[in-house]
Design a protein around this ligand. Structure first.
Ligand code: ZN
Length: 139
């Protein structure tokens, strides 16, 4: 399997079986953003433990394959991490896709490597980054 079709497969599998979908009841954090360019919408709900660890996180999204896959990857990667550590990761991801950090750093972030092809399509970078930039709006 070529590298490109492997990446395609990872993105498709997150679309067929997105992780952590839905809306938490009585969340500690409830945030929403939309991207009018391709109609993507994403809502993140989080429950935080007393020590500010992300005890639970869910996303509810309408949108293109990239935005769904990226949101699914975000929840998988950040769940059970301390909020501060999760934010450091989100800053890294945003910096990588905005070209402020080496693309090779993505290899440390599992399935996210599959999204690197989007760098050839600058208008779609927002699809990948929407949920990450939304996450960074958390105080
Ligand atoms: Zn999109």
């Amino acid at each position: 399997m070529s590298r490109e079709s492997l990446y395609q497969e990872v993105i498709l599998s997150h679309n067929r079986h997105p992780q952590n979908t839905g809306v938490l009841e009585n969340p500690d954090i409830d945030i929403f953003d939309s991207n009018p360019v391709c109609g993507d919408q994403v809502r993140l709900t989080l429950r935080l433990a007393e020590d500010k660890t992300i005890a639970d996180i869910k996303f509810d999204a309408k949108g293109c394959a990239l935005s769904i896959a990226s949101s699914s990857m975000l929840t998988t990667l950040l769940k059970n991490l301390p909020l501060s550590e999760a934010k450091t990761i989100a800053i890294d991801i945003v910096d990588i896709f905005k070209g402020r950090q080496e693309i090779s750093l993505l290899e440390g972030y599992g399935d996210l490597t599959a999204l690197q092809g989007v760098l050839d399509f600058p208008t779609r970078i927002k699809c990948v980054l929407m949920s990450w930039e939304l996450f960074l709006k958390i105080d």
